[in-house]
Design a protein. Structure first.
Length: 168
């Protein structure tokens, strides 16, 4: 339930920020947000990160939808378990769906956060969720996946609830 609430909050936050930017900042304009750190610049990105594949929005829409389905399947089938794994999956799902909503409804993704202290791609809340979620997923797979699944397999072996009794 906690992960569902986090998922909903992140999608709502992403969509509210994007709506506010579209309603209040002219396309291509920047307004100050955190002086010398972050500005709000309204851009429309038809590509992925750093505008990669910008002429192939349909492909990115399809890949985003596949990503969402795969993550849901991995969680449902318990390939992703434990707090870290589920938080990572929640972030990836929220980010994927947040940008998928834009691609399907607008034909582009609304980006707005521009770093002022270095030259970096303009991004949004969903992009942040995806980036953090993927990083956590890599950490989960590299350092925790085997341990958690061995522990779960051991617990299942100790308590074989699905096996019929040997007693007649």
């Amino acid at each position: 339930m906690l992960y569902t609430i986090l998922f909903i909050i992140l999608i709502v936050l992403d969509q509210v920020v994007k709506f506010w930017v579209r309603a209040n900042i002219p396309l291509g304009e920047t307004i100050p947000f955190l002086p010398h750190i972050l500005g709000l610049t309204y851009t429309q990105n038809t590509g992925a990160a750093f505008s990669i594949l910008r002429e192939h929005t349909w492909l990115l829409t399809l890949l985003s939808a596949i990503l969402v389905v795969v993550i849901v399947w991995l969680v449902t089938k318990r390939y992703i378990i434990g707090r870290l794994g589920l938080i990572a999956a929640t972030l990836v799902l929220a980010g994927g769906i947040g940008n998928l909503i834009d691609r399907v409804t607008l034909g582009y993704v609304t980006d707005m956060f521009q770093t002022l202290f270095m030259d970096f791609a303009i991004f949004n809340v969903a992009d942040s969720c995806l980036t953090i979620g993927v990083a956590l997923l890599v950490i989960y797979i590299l350092f925790f996946y085997d341990k958690l699944h061995k522990k779960e397999a051991s617990a299942d072996h100790d308590h074989p609830a699905d096996l019929p009794s040997d007693r007649s």
